[in-house]
Design a protein around this ligand. Structure first.
Ligand code: 2P0
Length: 330
């Protein structure tokens, strides 16, 4: 029996994640090693489910996302699956069918959950058993944030310093059940963003006068984020997360041409969250490379956060989630 007879097909699910101490910039573009570490939370309610099936008769991989062929994503997916083909010692092509239960490419971390689910499913389809760390290293080469979606709850990604990227992986910091924070996402625009994270990072690194300061400031933010999570200190986490988010956007805004990921509603939501917290509601915001605002709140505060954000003009829809588990086979 060949590997493909024994295995051949697998389905995996991975939750989206977003960073509270952010990844922005690369140390090595070829190996996709980030310039800075990051700390994230993995979500339960926003996920990608991916089926990988060996296709021995095909000469190239095939990717279908939300029912549509995505030939534009094929090169990145093939490169990532190649890493697993090499480990398995086989050269068989695959058919990948993937589904997001949330809008793709609008700053909601679809590449994070997408590559984490792809790696988990392809590993199983090829009959491999990787350690979680190896999975994270492979997922990173698909998309940096995907290294974090391998794990659930609170996760830290290490930038690492090895030239081969072998110490650039994520690992769990705290389980979701140990501090069950909740998330409300204010969707302020739908559709794919104008400038993807990857080119936004390159542009920031090459042209923003604040990029070096952004990189230099990351170790203390990581230490503060780690300490706040270990101590379950909401006020401390809110402080470092908002500061770190605004620094990332400051570096991006100062790029040439500028990277303005926000719209008016994003900014109104930011103010609404700050007003809520000033009034004693345990909530803070973060914003990624897109116009959606993510509000993170302590258990019990979600209903009030939802009421407030729903009333902000320009908010099209709210998504809510608890924290979730890492990438798993179905
Ligand atoms: C983050 N973002 O830490 C940051 C904040 C967006 C803003 O990780 O080039 O899609 O595939 O490694 O992972 C988005 O970057 O970039 C991201 P690649 P990725 O969540």
């Amino acid at each position: 029996m060949t590997t493909s007879d024994r295995h051949g097909r697998a389905v995996a699910r991975a939750g989206a994640n977003f960073a509270l101490v952010k990844y922005w910039g690369k140390a090595d573009e070829r190996l996709n090693v980030p310039a800075v570490g990051s700390i994230s939370i993995t979500l339960d309610a926003l996920f990608t489910e991916t089926e990988v099936e060996l296709a021995p008769k095909q000469r190239s991989d095939e990717i279908v996302l939300d029912g549509k062929r995505r030939d534009e994503d094929l090169a990145k997916i093939t490169a990532c699956v190649d890493l697993l083909r090499r480990k398995a010692g086989i050269d068989t092509r695959v058919r990948v069918a993937s589904r997001n239960n949330f809008p793709t490419g609008a700053g909601l971390a679809s590449s994070a959950s997408g590559f984490a689910a792809l790696v988990r499913a392809a590993e199983a389809a090829f009959g491999l058993t990787l350690s979680p760390r190896e999975r994270s290293i492979v997922a990173r080469q698909g998309s940096g944030s995907a290294a974090r979606s391998i794990f659930g709850g609170f996760v830290e990604m290490h930038a690492g310093s090895a030239p081969d990227g072998s110490d650039s992986f994520a690992e769990p910091l705290l389980e979701s059940t140990a501090w069950p924070l909740e998330v409300v996402i204010a969707v302020t625009a739908k559709g794919e963003k104008e400038v993807g994270s990857r080119s936004g990072m390159t542009r920031s690194a090459s042209s923003s006068p604040y990029y070096a300061a952004w990189v230099a400031g990351q170790p203390p933010d990581l230490a503060a984020g780690r300490a706040a999570i270990r101590a379950r200190d909401f006020a401390a986490l809110a402080d470092v997360a908002e500061h770190n988010c605004l620094k990332m956007h400051a570096a991006a805004l100062a790029a040439r041409p500028p990277l303005v990921y926000w719209n008016g509603a994003t900014v109104e939501c930011l103010h609404a969250v700050r007003r809520l917290r000033a009034g004693g509601v345990p909530v803070f915001f973060t914003i990624d490379a897109g116009p959606q605002l993510k509000a993170v709140c302590a258990p019990g505060a979600r209903a009030e956060v939802e009421r407030t954000l729903r009333a902000v003009p320009g908010v099209l829809e709210l998504l809510a989630s608890t924290l979730g588990r890492g990438a798993e086979l179905r």
